[in-house]
Design a binder for this molecule. Structure first.
Ligand code: ITT
Ligand code: MG
Length: 178
């Protein structure tokens, strides 16, 4: 089985590799940079979900994979607090698309303020932590959870939700065939 993920981000690719190897040990995982076709900094759950779906669909169009994943990070404001939100989507060869959301956690007001004036979370976090390219490593989630949860682990949870739903679909179809 061939799996592809629509990004070159190490935290995201690592998450897909870890979960896919666990449940489909024979699968190969290819990473490919594809457009999310949403803003570089999505500003709602809806837009972040759409980015994940677009990445999964674009990876399906650009590879010959059987299953493709798209993972997207964004922010959403609720009652004046800005939350980092995370979404994933899986696309199957038969056209099925399943999206699921993952962890959401609050960003400090000093970070939120920068995003409201048009900055991207990645570069803002690099300046805040003095760590280069933190988005490919522990991410904002690592920093604001005292490294209890890093960005790869956060995306692993989403990929597991997606793989689980694919396995549910496959077993349901098998039963219907019998
Ligand atoms: O190469 P891609 O796949 O685009 O990876 P990315 O790190 O840019 O990730 P997203 O596009 O999904 O995230 C949208 C924006 O939010 C930033 N971001 C999201 N979650 C983050 C995190 O945990 N730590 C740092 N930056 C984060 C990210 O850097 C972008 O500026
Ligand atoms: Mg990006």
């Amino acid at each position: 089985m061939k799996v592809a993920v629509g990004t070159k981000n190490k935290a995201k690719v690592g998450a897909v590799e870890a979960i896919v190897k666990q449940f489909f040990p024979e699968a190969t995982v290819e990473s490919i940079d594809v457009p999310s076709d949403v803003s570089v900094q999505p500003f709602s759950n809806e837009e972040t979900r759409q980015g994940a779906i677009n990445r999964a669909r674009n990876a399906m169009m650009k590879t010959n994979a059987d299953i493709t994943f798209g993972l997207e990070g964004g922010v959403d404001e609720i009652e004046g607090t800005m939350y980092c939100c995370n979404w994933g989507a899986v696309n199957l060869k038969d056209g099925t698309v399943i999206a699921s959301s993952g962890a959401q956690f609050a960003l400090p007001e000093e970070i939120a303020r920068e995003l409201r004036v048009g900055m991207e979370l990645g570069p803002v976090m690099d300046v805040y932590t003095n760590i280069e390219n933190i988005r490919q490593h522990q991410g904002a989630v690592g920093i604001f959870t005292h490294n209890l949860i890093d960005r790869k682990a956060m995306f692993e949870h989403i990929v597991k939700l997606l793989v689980g739903q694919v396995l549910f679909k496959m077993s349901k179809e098998q039963k219907e065939e019998m």
